[in-house]
Design a protein around this ligand. Structure first.
Ligand SMILES: NC(=O)C1=CN([C@@H]2O[C@H](COP(=O)(O)OP(=O)(O)OC[C@H]3O[C@@H](n4cnc5c(N)ncnc54)[C@H](O)[C@@H]3O)[C@@H](O)[C@H]2O)C=CC1
Ligand SMILES: O=C(O)C(=O)COP(=O)(O)O
Length: 527
């Protein structure tokens, strides 16, 4: 049974789901050293934002197939290191959207009306109404930085509360922003005009300290800022300074540069102008059930050899697209493997020809599957859907894609042409009814063969007696033939023979076959 390590608190429903297919160990609060020590025995790791999956952890994770992040942000995972090692990283892109958006709105209203401090004062026996006079958000301008899933929901609710909306998101169309009632503006305009600014973008090297002393200087002194995205997007030193000096009216932070927030952080000494919560954006009952199920299902699927629907380091596919493409991905991988074995590993370019219905679909998963197959004779289990593209690029394999939507003999077919300066090898294949795989040509010789585990391929002259001789040779080595087919372009010209065998070819037999008059070349292929 595979083993899953759960190193952050995850809802029971997710653990129960995993327990159907794996041994589940829950170990919370591990140090990096402790994690490095135990990770080699695990096939999957399930985390939230608490566990830091560093390069060293990934290097030690020799059996790990998948890291499941029960939430959105994967900035606590070294994703490039995982990709290089062929480890799938998945998340739950939508499971906590509403929770994080509602927390943001609660933070905004709390800032406007000083609710946390007023509550604390009443509980401490006071009744001071004047000190807690607030501001309205109605008709105020809200600047949203990052108008993705969470930013969009914040926009929808804020608009309904009568706010004017500005947004900055360099990857978003003006139309989408307008649909949400937002005016898409440059950052400086957003800073200058907003009464409230809320951050909903990922933390990346580019967004690190996006809010700093310089950018704060562009904001209104009455502005209030909310960060329920990621710590580090705001320079905390500059923020504390601005709040203390009155350069900025308020800040509500759910996330911090270092988490847990240091006991002596200057943020903790601020007054009611600052509201701090301990990374609670995703902490609702509903969101935790959503993300636990979403990610546990993906871990289960990957452990069962199925694709994951929300992988961040392999192409994500909608389930309906995946359902249609999965058999073609299997075809692409088989053909890639075949052409890789025929080419013998010196491939400099791979042409991927998509024909018929295959040409009308997304091609990236097909290309990746073909590359995985192509590289698997050399890299074995080290290559997978995660790192096949990267491995091919590093080996200097150029990929050329061509499409032809016209349908010929099959609804969809695929041809792979592998080239090196000294040779060109090509294979084609298609799907029959019930998604059965068929190899339909090798080096342009037409055939129709189901791929099997052990195969023998010959290139030979089409002449009487040759098939019999090969059959006799195999028989003399006690190898049973499951099926045999010959493809030729013209009578007595060149031909290919594809023989499916029940057993692997014994040592020495290939040499004997190559001695048969008329045989130009012969290959053992294991699919
Ligand atoms: N506090 C919490 O507990 C939670 C925090 N989050 C965080 O919230 C953030 C947003 O999450 P989602 O809306 O789900 O992600 P999303 O991917 O749907 O949206 C992010 C948006 O940011 C935009 N963006 C990227 N770079 C940008 C830049 N330099 N400037 C402006 N916009 C930029 C993208 O185009 C995208 O529209 C993430 O950082 C996520 O980790 C998410 C859930 C809970
Ligand atoms: O989903 C996210 O990005 C979050 O920040 C939520 O983090 P958490 O799962 O609550 O540790």
């Amino acid at each position: 049974m595979p083993k899953v390590l759960v190193s952050d608190p995850i809802e029971q429903v997710g653990l129960d789901l995993l327990a159907q297919v794996a041994q589940v160990d829950v170990k919370i609060g591990l140090s990096e050293e402790e994690l490095i020590k135990i990770i080699p025995e695990y096939d999957a790791l399930m985390i939230r934002s608490g566990t830091k999956v560093t390069k060293d952890v990934i290097e030690a994770a020799n059996q790990l197939k998948i890291i499941g992040r029960a939430g959105v942000g994967v900035d606590n995972v070294d994703v490039p290191a995982a990709t290089r090692k062929g480890i799938i990283v998945v998340n739950s892109p939508e499971g906590n959207t509403i929770a994080a958006a509602e927390h943001t709105l609660a933070m905004m209203l709390s800032l406007a009306r000083h609710i946390p401090d007023a509550n604390a004062a009443v509980k401490a026996g006071q009744w001071d109404r004047k000190r807690f006079t607030g501001v309205e958000i109605y008709k105020k301008t809200l600047g949203i930085i990052g108008l993705g899933k969470i930013g969009s929901h914040v926009a929808t609710v804020a608009r309904a509360m009568g706010m004017k909306l500005l947004a900055y998101d360099p990857y978003l169309s003006t139309e989408r922003a307008e649909q949400l009632g937002c005016r898409l503006v440059e950052l400086d305009v957003l800073f200058a005009e907003s009464d409230f600014i809320t951050l909903h973008l990922p933390k990346t090297p580019e967004t690190q300290h996006l809010i700093n002393a310089k950018t704060i200087a562009k904001m209104k002194p009455t502005a209030r800022i909310i960060n329920c995205a990621r710590g580090g997007i705001i320079d905390e030193v500059a923020l504390v300074e601005a709040l203390k000096s009155g350069r900025l009216a308020g800040a509500a932070l759910d996330v911090f540069e270092n988490e847990p927030l240091e006991a002596d952080s200057p943020l903790r000494s601020l007054g009611m102008e600052a509201i701090l919560t301990p990374h609670l954006g995703a902490s609702t009952e509903e969101a935790q059930v959503n993300v636990a199920i979403d990610v546990a299902e993906q871990i289960r699927d990957v452990l069962l050899g199925l694709p994951a629907r929300s992988a961040v380091n392999i192409p994500g596919l909608r389930p309906d697209v995946l359902e249609k493409l999965a058999p073609y991905m299997q075809l692409a991988e088989t053909l890639g493997n075949l052409v890789g074995q025929l080419a013998g590993g010196r491939v400099e370019s791979l042409e991927v020809r998509l024909q018929g219905e295959l040409a009308t679909n997304e091609s990236q998963p097909i290309v990746i599957a073909a590359l995985k197959g192509l590289l698997s004779p050399a890299l074995r289990e080290r290559v997978n859907y995660v790192n096949a593209g990267l491995e091919a690029k590093e080996r200097g394999i150029r990929v050329v894609e061509t499409r032809d939507e016209s349908q010929r003999d099959y609804a969809g077919s695929l041809t792979l042409i592998a080239k090196s300066p000294s040779m060109t090898r090509s294979v084609s294949g298609a799907l029959l009814s019930h998604n059965e795989l068929r190899i339909t040509s090798i080096d342009d010789f037409p055939i129709s063969v189901a791929p099997t585990r052990y195969m023998l391929l010959t290139l030979h002259r089409d002449m009487p007696g040759i098939i019999g001789k090969i059959g006799t040779q195999l028989g003399s080595f006690n190898v049973n033939i499951a099926s045999m087919q010959v493809g030729r372009k013209m009578v007595r010209g060149n031909a290919v023979m594809v023989i499916s065998l029940d057993d692997p070819l014994p040592e020495g037999l290939l040499e004997e076959i190559l001695k048969v008059p008329g045989i130009r070349d012969a290959y053992i292929v294991n699919l």
